[in-house]
Design a protein around this ligand. Structure first.
Ligand SMILES: Nc1nc2c(ncn2[C@@H]2O[C@H](COP(=O)(O)OP(=O)(O)OP(=O)(O)O)[C@@H](O)[C@H]2O)c(=O)[nH]1
Ligand SMILES: [Mg+2]
Length: 282
């Protein structure tokens, strides 16, 4: 499935991020724990190459726990400071603070040598659309300062959130990249809801999800919808429409409604904690 979504505000946002890199000490990169590979913007490594780096595996509550562990190890082995979190949960934020402090040690040392005391750590929060950047900032800060919404493209411009914890956070709009090298990356981003739904062929996406679930997560579809899994994706979709009584006017089964329902339930974790990617064994 060929998917591409790079609206104008993302080009602008990327330019702005490049500009703001000069002002910050640390890049906090949120990736989606269900697709840590596909949700890493390749531009970030280049943009943040001389900065301290932190990776948060966000929405870890929606991803498979064994995969979360494997991904944490994967990124740690590559020299990143990593934490898996549910950004809506305040209880996770103490560990984040500790990690930010660790990431900023070098900066503080540099400051000390130059006689600067207590200059706050400035961090830019980056990541793909809808990954939870604004939610993370609000929970970390303890109040709703940044606008949040369950669709991609909610944050349109940058916004500094100043804290009295010695940290300043910069919220940024989620950005994608002009071309996905791999079609699977586009598919994965669409499945978790980081691509605007209006540009997608949703039924095709649902069929790809069904094929994936049937193969990699045996039992989940039958547990949720009471259907036999050994059927073609298109039949599975029809079976879901049947089991959930998705009907058109006149009584025919409505695949479009079933598509919507399936994608929403997957995105909301109703089908269980499902990771779409595992680290490649090296
Ligand atoms: N289950 C779960 N949902 C989360 C988590 N973090 C954020 N969300 C939800 O994800 C949706 C998107 O959150 P936002 O904070 O607006 O995402 P964003 O990265 O700022 O998005 P843009 O501004 O569009 O780039 C909201 O519905 C949040 O409630 C998490 O850790 N777990
Ligand atoms: Mg936002």
């Amino acid at each position: 499935m060929h998917i591409q979504w790079y609206p104008g505000h993302m080009t602008k946002a990327k330019r702005q991020m490049q500009e703001d890199m000069k002002l910050i000490d640390l890049v906090i990169e949120l990736v989606d724990a269900r697709i840590p590979r596909s949700s890493r913007n390749p531009d970030i490594d280049e943009l943040g190459k001389n900065k301290a780096r932190l990776i948060l595996l966000n929405k870890a509550d929606l991803a498979n726990e064994a995969c979360n562990e494997a991904w944490s190890t994967h990124f740690k082995e590559r020299g990143f400071l990593v934490l898996k979190i549910d950004s809506r949960n305040r209880g996770n934020m103490k560990a984040v603070s500790a990690l930010i402090a660790k990431a900023a040690e070098e900066k503080r040392e540099r400051d000390r040598k130059r006689g600067i005391l207590n200059r706050p750590v400035r961090a830019m929060v980056v990541g793909i659309p809808n990954v939870g950047k604004s939610t993370f900032i609000n929970t970390y800060v303890g109040k709703a300062g940044a606008k949040v919404g369950n669709k991609p493209g909610v944050t349109k411009g940058k916004q500094w959130i100043r804290l009295n914890k010695g940290v300043e956070l910069l919220d940024t709009p989620g950005i994608l990249w002009p071309k996905f090298e791999d079609e699977i990356v586009g598919r994965n981003l669409a499945l978790i809801g980081s691509v605007k739904d209006e540009i997608l062929n949703r039924e095709e996406l649902a069929l790809e999800l069904l094929a994936f679930l049937k193969e990699k997560c045996a039992g989940e579809l039958s547990a949720r919808y009471g259907i036999a899994e050994e059927q073609e994706p298109i039949t599975l979709l029809f079976e879901i429409a049947k089991s959930r009584n998705c009907l058109k006017q006149g009584g025919a089964f409505d695949e479009e409604k079933a598509t919507k329902l399936l994608l929403e339930e997957f995105r909301g974790g109703k089908l269980g904690r499902i990771s779409l990617e595992r680290p490649i064994q090296s």
